[in-house]
Design a protein around this ligand. Structure first.
Ligand code: PLP
Length: 383
């Protein structure tokens, strides 16, 4: 079996498990406790925060640990918008993850915000000019994802954030899918808030982090004991924080040589799939994309059925965002890119980790061809 659904989740890395193990067993203390067991946990938490801050190029005090990407997005969108001194207007895109879209929807329904969705082009890119036109004097917050979870398109975040700043508007980016593959230095990106999630990079599910710059006020979403400087109450997930820090340190995909090799393997895989199935189309941007995501539409098929055929051939992939799995709707991302409802339902996404080689991918392409031909009724060439 080859696992090509890393955008949904990844296995916990052995080194990560080993790093977190002590904080689940002997060093299990509550960081708020005033005894040596608690102090040891507090030190581990501080160390993890410093490591995550180093990963993101920010100060430790600007990192809030959360239960994952969804909570980081909720805290960024609701927290910054509700605490902001100005405006009741949000700017985002129609291809964001549901964690952003539903948070925006909540602010519209419950707090009287207005929202402008900046359209994307057929490759899923946000044009800086179109983005600039959406900004208003009363805009409270702009949020655009760094890399899309379904089609892998990478946005020109530094340019978009700079435009928002010319109007004094704070800028959030969801970097959950970019993590592990792109440089997340918040200074270089120029963002004011950034969300990451551990389980996409080899840490367990249930840990994530939100960076918020300097003194930008954040209204908490969870109320309670005042942990995380009041931004996120709840006894801290010390082992999870250590895991996130360790996984971030181990992720090498953002190194130029590793990313370039991964992109070459991806391009060879894309070419092989397109050669197998002439009707297939790669979705998302041809070059401004994540190094290890390739998503296609296979007109004349059904994505869910192709998935089953692929799994019979030992290939595990996804028909769209796993977070929306089970939903009968066509992908909101593909619809926003201009695909018809019918074609959007033929989508299959392949996404993999740094442990998958070019040779592994080369072996998958014929299986994709067979699976798609089988579903399209053209027969399996293996007979
Ligand atoms: N944002 C993006 C772009 C994602 O792909 C995901 C998960 O797939 C999330 C947010 C949610 O992260 P989590 O699963 O940690 O809640």
């Amino acid at each position: 079996m080859i696992y090509l659904d890393a955008a949904a989740t990844s296995a916990v890395r052995r080194e990560v498990l080993e790093a977190m193990w002590p904080y689940l067993t002997g060093d299990f203390g509550n960081p708020s406790s005033h005894h040596t067991v608690g102090e040891s946990a507090a030190r581990a938490l501080a160390g993890a925060r410093a490591a995550v801050a180093q990963w993101l190029g920010c100060r430790p005090g600007e990192v809030t640990f959360t239960s994952g990407g969804t909570e980081a997005d909720n805290l960024a969108i609701k927290g910054i918008a509700l605490a902001a001194p100005r405006g009741r207007h949000l700017v985002t895109t129609p291809i964001e993850h549901e964690a952003v879209l539903a948070s925006v929807d909540y602010l519209v329904r419950q707090h009287g915000f207005e929202v402008t969705f900046v359209p994307v082009d057929a490759a899923g890119l946000v044009s800086p000019d179109v983005f600039a036109a959406a900004l208003r004097p009363d805009t409270t917050l702009a949020s655009v994802m760094l890399a899309n979870n379904e089609v892998g398109t990478v946005q020109p975040i530094a340019a978009l954030a700079a435009l928002a700043h010319t109007h004094g508007i704070p800028f959030h980016t969801d970097a959950v899918q970019a993590a592990g593959w792109l440089d997340l230095d918040v200074g270089a990106l120029g963002v004011d808030a950034l969300s990451v999630s551990g389980h996409k990079i080899g840490a367990p599910k249930g840990i994530g982090a939100l960076f918020v710059r300097g003194r930008i006020p954040v209204e908490p979403v969870l109320h309670g004991g005042g942990q995380e400087r009041g931004r996120r109450s709840g006894t801290e997930n010390v082992a999870g924080a250590v895991a996130l820090a360790t996984a971030a340190r181990l992720s090498t995909g953002a190194r130029p040589a590793v990313a370039a090799a991964a992109s070459r393997a991806r391009d060879a895989f894309v070419a092989a799939v397109l050669a197998e199935i002439p009707d297939a189309r790669l979705t998302g941007h041809p070059s401004e994309r994540l190094p290890a995501t390739a998503s296609f539409v296979f007109p004349g098929t059904n994505g869910e059925t192709v998935l089953l055929e692929l799994e019979r051939r030992g290939v595990v992939s996804s028909s769209g965002s796993a977070c929306a799995a089970g939903s009968e709707d066509a992908s909101h991302v593909l619809l926003a890119l201009g695909y018809s409802d019918d074609v959007a339902r033929t989508a299959v996404r392949f996404s993999w980790g740094a442990d998958v080689s070019a040779a592994d991918l080369a072996a998958v392409a014929p299986a994709v061809g067979d699976a798609v031909r089988e579903v399209a009724g053209l027969g399996d060439r293996r007979g």
